[in-house]
Design a protein around this ligand. Structure first.
Ligand code: DI6
Ligand code: FE
Length: 402
């Protein structure tokens, strides 16, 4: 396959050209991998004409396929009624304490058939692919028992037949099931001693995650969960400091988690710990926007301590009901002050790092041929248009999927 007649934002750049621009780019793809990339005038003449398939950028741009490294797109029902209540003045935390919030999605997820879960998640992922996604991470966390958590992970794994890479994360420590209200330790035992070993043993999860928050799990409980995951060969992530500062960022850093996510209430000390540990910050401006809390992540402190700034949708029914990755880029710029180049790097190269998928996220010889082609005049447009824009072509592992 050859990609011709446009420009490339390789995202391998730095300094004055953070996009790593190649004007008049040609890309040759062989066996699912980028075989050649450079200015069209340097390519051997017959290489393009002998390509079996040619993708014409029509003067537009090609970027790495987008990597949405934090989503919860497998769930039953929706929470529009709860959102109305929030607008009537009831807080997200109050709704959670009343047994709504995440627990209402747990009920709807448990009651949905596997077919329903899969069909609805497929619609969501197809929308993401329309908008340039070639790698997605999907979390469990609306099952909260062995059978339903594994069912969510199985549904997530099955979505890879859409032609994209699906990375899965066990988030059984998302909320405390009411049955364990008087036995918190018993639920954490179940997560650590049954769910993690099962998910890891069956190859259903790549990572483990936990929600470190007043309405969810304490620092000590999250530490147990993450350590159990690591012991079973999973990489660790953490929902940290989203609604209050429990010191989640520092915990993620101390345990060697790949990322701490959300971070609205993270202190400078937390940012510093992340920088020292090489723990990435996954910014989720969709949840910040939709919950309307007003407390922003400490972007300057994260920059100062060289923490990689990653951007994801957090697509979920409660705090970020969107499946539009470019909207998250726009929100990251408008709400958090990232530059468009920072935001795009945060949904390509740096997001691939969070998933441990170093074979993608930049356009470079030898990398997996995951590409998104756009009808735009300059790369900043990916973050500029409010509401996003569809990709013109999407290539995953050298195969055209849009
Ligand atoms: N934080 C979030 O933003 C999502 N999960 C989490 O721990 C929201 C989950 C939900 O409200 O359904
Ligand atoms: Fe989340």
């Amino acid at each position: 396959m050859a990609v011709v007649n446009g420009h490339g934002a390789t995202m391998a750049g730095a300094g004055a050209d953070p996009y790593g621009t190649i004007r008049d780019v040609t890309i040759l793809i062989r066996e699912g991998v980028i075989d050649w990339i450079g200015p069209a005038n340097l390519i051997p003449v017959d290489a393009v004409s002998s390509a079996r398939e040619v993708v014409d950028l029509g003067g537009g741009w090609v970027t790495p396929g987008l990597v949405d490294c934090h989503t919860h797109i497998v769930f039953g029902g929706n929470r529009a009624r709860e959102w109305e209540r929030r607008l009537e003045g009831v807080s997200y935390q109050q709704i959670a304490r009343e047994g709504g919030g995440i627990l209402s999605s747990v009920l709807a997820t448990r009651n949905a058939t596997t077919d329903q879960l899969e069909t609805e998640a497929r619609v969501r992922l197809n929308r993401m692919i329309d908008h340039g996604v070639t790698t997605v991470e999907i979390k469990s966390g609306y099952g909260l028992d062995l059978q339903n958590e594994m069912r969510m992970l199985e549904v997530a794994r099955g979505l890879s037949d859409l032609g994209v890479t699906v990375s899965t994360t066990l988030l059984a420590a998302h909320a405390l099931p009411p049955k364990y209200a008087k036995n918190r330790g018993g639920y954490v035992d179940l997560v650590c001693e049954e769910m993690i070993p099962f998910a890891a043993g069956a190859g259903l999860a790549d990572s483990v995650d936990a929600f470190c928050e007043g309405i969810a799990f304490t620092v000590n409980e999250c530490e147990r969960v993450l350590l159990a995951g690591i012991e079973h060969g999973l990489s660790a992530r953490l929902h940290a400091d989203q609604l209050s500062d429990l010191g989640g960022a520092a915990l993620a850093a101390r345990l060697g988690a790949r990322s701490a996510d959300h971070l609205e209430y993270t202190s400078e000390a937390g940012a510093e710990a992340m920088g020292e540990a090489g723990c990435a910050a996954v910014l989720l401006p969709g949840a910040f926007y939709f919950l309307g809390d007003g407390q922003k992540p400490p972007i300057d402190a994260l920059r100062k301590h060289d923490v990689p700034l990653v951007v994801a949708t957090d697509a979920n029914p409660g705090s970020s009901p969107t499946v539009q990755p470019l909207v998250a880029l726009n929100q990251a710029c408008v709400l958090f002050g990232l530059t468009p180049a920072e935001a795009i790097a945060g949904m390509t190269r740096l997001a691939a790092g969070v998933l441990g998928l170093e074979d993608r996220g930049v356009l470079e010889v030898g990398r997996r041929a995951d590409l998104a082609c756009w009808n735009i005049g300059e790369p900043a447009e990916l973050a500029y248009w409010v509401g996003g824009l569809p990709a013109q072509a999407v290539i995953s592992g050298g195969r055209r999927i849009r």
